[in-house]
Design a protein around this ligand. Structure first.
Ligand code: UD1
Ligand code: CA
Length: 449
């Protein structure tokens, strides 16, 4: 039997933030979501989340996760005090308790599996993850012998000068035999520099206590401040880029690009410098993205070309080119072989195969048929000040430069709109529509002196 407890009640004072620390985002997911994800593969029987500081907000953020038991710790008197709150909910539980710090978000599931396996093999009362760090400052130091037996953990601020030289640190991830831990939890004292109850003090009260050193110390990076947050982000980004490079994506300047875990790439995608992928996006094989793109929750079909553009909740079919300097806003559905050129904004619109909107246009709440050619500066005037209205343009139609289509309006197929027209009425198929003042020329006008 396995129960997992995540410590997520602390304020995170060192973040200097209104947001509880465990809700700080890292590559699109909060710290606590990441911690929960790291133990999902273990399929624990119980998952307990210890909340305190802004407890409701933390609970709300996890509303989509079912089966979590929230345990309130009030006030927050240290990690030992946090785990004491489990004495009641886990009364009668006889299995192992995996304790995870809510601010250690980069743990790999395999590492937790190994920890649990070692713990069960050795029959230890507690097995904790440790790491050797070049700069161990801030972390609790693990006092252990060569065989891996731990006699104590001493917090950085409680260390003697000699103890401070120890480079083996406590990762804040522990597997306890719960009945044995439950027996010593009430004996914790706050006789330390912070005057708190430390979970780490239980280690000296339990025997045998063992540690397991992680191979990759980056996994156990704890986040106490913004600097560590950015360091963890860098580790995550590096992992994501490496993964996609092994899957056949070229990054011209990897360090300048950021990815989300929800982004998927086909083969032979080339990502130019300064591209950022957020949410769940899909980039088809053979695309060339960038330089300079932000792509969020969007799909791009095969062989697309996107340059210096922003896409949000947009879908672009195969063989399209977008940009430079285009913006596709939510609800943009662009068909195959379309061209969206410079300074073009598209929102909540469908563009059928082969549409060209090459320069300086706004296409909002519109449906454009196949091969429609939108002239430079064409605007769909979709908003009357109260409501949004749709514009429909039939297949093969062509708008002249600087046309304004005042919605609701419908143009048939193969319509030609003269340059500079402002149209307010529907136009039948095959017609030429002109909506502009006739040019007046007065000859022999006395010009400027
Ligand atoms: C803790 C460990 C330290 C270890 C480090 C690893 C203790 C005493 N020290 O130190 O040995 O090297 O993690 O990152 O455990 N929390 C609560 N309730 C509280 C206090 C904290 O739930 O009353 C939660 C926090 O939200 C956080 C986690 O426990 O997620 C760790 O707390 P934090 O104050 O960051 O501990 P560290 O000083 O980093
Ligand atoms: Ca911490």
């Amino acid at each position: 039997m396995l129960a997992v407890a995540v410590l997520a009640a602390g304020k995170g004072t060192r973040m200097k933030s209104d947001l509880p620390k465990v809700l700080q985002p890292l590559a699109g997911a909060t710290l606590v979501e990441r911690v929960l994800a790291s133990c999902a593969a273990l399929a624990p029987e119980r998952r307990l989340l210890i909340v305190g500081h802004q407890a409701e907000r933390v609970e709300r953020s996890l509303a989509a996760h079912s089966g979590l038991e929230f345990v309130l710790q009030q006030p927050q008197n240290g990690t030992g005090h946090a785990v004491q709150q489990l004495l009641q909910p886990l009364a009668g539980f006889t299995g192992d308790l995996l304790v995870l710090n809510g601010d250690v978000p980069l743990l790999r599931p395999e590492t937790l599996e190994l920890l649990l396996e070692r713990h069960r093999q050795s029959g230890a009362a507690v097995t904790l993850l440790s790491a050797r760090l070049e700069d161990p400052s801030g972390y609790g130091r693990v006092v252990a012998d060569a065989a891996g037996n731990v006699s104590a953990i001493v917090e950085h601020r409680d260390c003697s000068d000699e103890q401070r030289q120890i480079d083996l640190i406590n990762a804040g991830i522990y597997c306890f035999n719960w009945p044995q831990l439950a027996a010593v939890l009430p004996q914790l004292s706050s006789d330390n520099d912070q005057g708190e109850l430390y979970l780490t003090d239980t280690v000296a009260m339990l025997s045998p206590a063992m540690h397991l050193e992680v191979a990759d110390a980056a996994e156990i990076n704890g986040i106490n401040d913004r600097l560590q947050l950015s360091q963890c982000e860098a580790v995550l980004q590096e992992r994501l880029r490496r993964h996609w490079m092994t899957e056949g994506v070229t990054f011209i300047d990897p360090a300048s690009c950021t990815l989300s875990e929800g982004t998927r790439f086909g083969r032979d995608v080339v990502v130019e410098p300064q591209c950022h992928f957020r949410g769940s996006s899909q980039i088809g094989s053979g695309c060339r993205i960038g330089p300079g793109c932000l792509i969020e929750d969007s799909q791009i079909g095969e062989n697309g070309r996107v340059l210096h553009s922003v896409l949000r909740s947009a879908t672009v079919a195969a063989d399209c080119s977008v940009g430079p300097f285009a913006q596709l806003r939510p609800g943009s559905e662009v068909g195959p072989e379309c061209h969206i050129g410079n300074f073009v904004e598209v929102k909540n619109s469908t563009l059928a195969r082969g549409v060209k909107v090459n320069h300086l246009s706004y296409i909002g709440d519109a449906d454009l048929g196949e091969r429609v050619n939108v002239g430079a500066g064409t605007i769909t005037a979709n908003y009357d000040g109260l409501r949004k209205h749709r514009t429909v343009i039939g297949a093969g139609s062509k708008t002249g430069a600087n046309s304004v289509l005042v919605a609701p309006i419908s143009l048939g197929s193969n319509v030609t709109v003269g340059a500079g027209s402002t149209l307010t009425k529907d136009v039948p198929s095959g017609a030429l529509a002109l909506g502009r003042a006739k040019q007046l020329v007065k000859e022999n006008w006395p010009g400027p002196a």
